[in-house]
Design a protein around this ligand. Structure first.
Ligand code: NAD
Ligand code: G6P
Ligand code: MN
Length: 445
């Protein structure tokens, strides 16, 4: 078929995700550049997905009856004949996120979704779910692509490299995109006109250059602003990352700038560079998981139930997730071989010259029909290289522990994490995490 007239078949894995309605609305608003033939939602929790699935059925019927739509828990139905799988699963759901955050905090250690022991625990769960999805796509749609933003993206990416090296998967994160948008407000530009250089691991990186569409250097102006205000900007149109806890994270970038003023930091570095501060400012009885369950989850599922009760989505509570248009950017760049440049998590292959060529790193990539090809970012300094090497070893040990069912290696991973003070504390946290994750992790010995 002529590629220019092709319409795409998409499955969203994690159909019951709080992000699904916003992404569906965003897909509908992008039909001119990424037209859909069919849209399928897939989840392994039928009851949860049905709430969003039924509300989206009403929405699709009203706004896009020409697009074939269904939601299912049957992998054959979900993954057959698909061009793209957009994956945002959360294995263990928010109940397990809460455990990931609260268990380390009991021992005075950072409790976070993707960083430190919580991220490691989540990684051990996500690997199983993601490998299952990769295998379904391989079996039922071997020519299709998986665009994955399920977390923890670094560990998932490393697991893909080791366990499914031939998988057609691109791992991507929205944080650099959201932060670049904030940078564009600082310099009063369109985010699309900002051209960046960046290196790191996922949730663990630095911008080394930001220029405008003419190549003018914007770094000094942005660095000056961030060193005073962090990434807090007066204007912020995004819906995500707006609650007080996220505002505090944006602000903390000012202190990160002091540690290395040469670059602009990813906000997630605060968990590694200021772990004591983070713990002091955490409530061990009410973490981000509680905020999300009482905020986003209630709002989205409430809106879905209202749409179902009203029988119409007109004036309903679903809103377009504009920020998620990077997923359409990625899909169109692959489909039409546009060579757009986007930050993705890929095998280094020399892009960071003085770093392990097999490491899964986050760098600008050229996106086209071959997938994501990294662009050389040059040599990195000792401070960042040292931090990255330690964190890479943590992520590798997690994947090795998963594959080998090794208690020892998972203990080493926790011990090596910059967020954990000693092997003694690491062991206590690990033993609690094992109990909490008994339905999700491979049995370790
Ligand atoms: P959520 O709990 O609302 O949704 C996740 C859904 O995944 C649930 O409905 C759950 O039942 C389903 N699920 C779990 N295991 C599954 C499996 N094996 N197969 C199919 N479905 C499965 O969570 P959320 O807050 O909406 O976040 C969803 C995911 O997106 C998380 O992994 C989150 O970390 C990630 N996320 C990533 C980015 C990024 O930039 N990379 C941004 C935002 C969210
Ligand atoms: C950012 C990160 C995601 C992460 C999300 C958490 O967008 O890039 O990887 O999942 O924040 O947001 P939440 O609102 O669930 O705490
Ligand atoms: Mn992310």
């Amino acid at each position: 078929m002529d590629k220019k007239n092709k319409k795409f078949n998409v499955v969203i894995a994690g159909g019951g995700s709080t992000y699904t309605p916003g992404i569906v609305m965003m897909l509908l608003s992008n039909q001119d550049r990424f037209p859909l033939e069919s849209l399928t939602l897939y989840d392994n929790d039928a009851e949860r997905q049905a709430v969003l699935g039924e509300a989206i059925k009403i929405l699709m019927h009203e706004q896009a009856p020409q697009i074939r739509y269904e939601y299912t828990v049957d992998p054959v139905v979900a993954f057959t004949g698909k061009d793209f799988c957009m994956a945002h699963i959360r294995v263990g759901k928010f109940a397990m996120r809460e455990q990931d955050e609260k268990i380390p905090l009991r021992y005075g250690v950072v409790g976070q979704e993707t960083c430190g022991p919580g991220g490691i625990a989540y990684g051990m769960r996500s690997i199983t779910g993601m490998m299952e999805i990769i295998d379904y796509m391989d079996k039922y749609s071997p020519d299709g692509w998986i665009l994955n933003y399920s977390n923890p993206a670094s560990i998932v990416a490393e697991a893909c490299r080791v366990m499914r090296p031939k998988a057609r998967i691109i791992n991507i994160c929205d944080m650099p995109i959201a932060t670049k948008t904030r940078m564009s407000y600082i310099v009063n530009k369109d985010p699309k006109d900002l051209d960046v250089r960046y290196f790191g691991l996922n949730h663990f990186g630095w911008w080394t250059s930001v220029t405008d569409e003419l190549g003018n250097d914007l770094m000094p102006q942005i660095q000056d602003y961030v060193s005073k205000n962090g990434y807090l900007t007066p204007k912020a149109i995004e819906k995500q990352h707006m609650e007080p806890s996220w505002q505090a994270t944006h602000r903390k970038a000012a202190d990160l700038m002091e540690v290395d003023p040469r670059f602009l930091p990813n906000t997630y570095l605060k968990y590694y560079i200021f772990p004591d501060y983070v713990v002091e400012h955490s409530d061990p009885n009410y973490t981000r998981a509680n905020e999300v369950m009482n905020g986003r989850e209630k709002r989205i599922f409430g809106a879905a139930r209202d749409i179902i009760a009203a029988g119409t989505a007109v004036n309903g509570g679903f809103e377009i997730d504009v920020h998620a248009s990077f997923i359409v950017d990625l899909a169109t760049a692959i489909s039409y071989n546009t060579h757009e440049i986007m930050l993705c998590i890929v095998e280094n292959k020399g892009a960071i010259c003085n770093f392990d060529p097999t490491a899964m790193v986050e760098v600008p990539c050229v996106i086209g029909s071959r997938g994501a090809e990294p662009i050389c970012q040059g040599y990195i300094p000792t401070f960042e290289k040292g931090m990255m090497e330690e964190q890479l070893a943590v992520e590798r040990l997690v994947v090795e522990a998963y594959v080998e069912h090794s208690y020892q290696k998972l203990w080493q991973a926790l011990t090596l994490s910059k967020t954990v003070p000693s092997a003694t504390v690491a062991k206590k946290i690990l033993d609690d995490l094992i109990v909490a994750n008994k339905n999700y992790w491979p049995e370790l010995h």
